[in-house]
Design a protein. Structure first.
Length: 83
């Protein structure tokens, strides 16, 4: 229909965790706290998908690699506090 004809960009948001998945379909990579933006149409650019970190407490999306680095740092810091 009309949306596909008139829109410059069509995006879909997918969070596998909402549907009960613990890993990304077809992989063993955890999907906890992650989301995927599927770029279905982009008039002046490429289509594809992008994985992002989803911070539920703030309804915020961030770079997935950056969010994982913070989580690893926080886990190491917590271990040091225990010792």
């Amino acid at each position: 229909g009309s949306i596909e004809q008139d829109a410059d960009v069509v995006l879909f948001l997918y969070r596998p965790e909402v549907y009960g998945f613990e890993v990304w379909p077809g992989t063993q990579e955890t999907c906890k706290g992650a989301a995927e933006i599927i770029i279905s149409k982009q008039r002046n650019g490429p289509t594809g998908d992008v994985k992002l970190a989803f911070i539920k407490e703030y309804a915020r999306f961030e770079n997935l690699a950056h969010a994982r680095q913070i989580a690893e740092y926080t886990a190491v810091e917590a271990e040091e506090d225990i010792i």
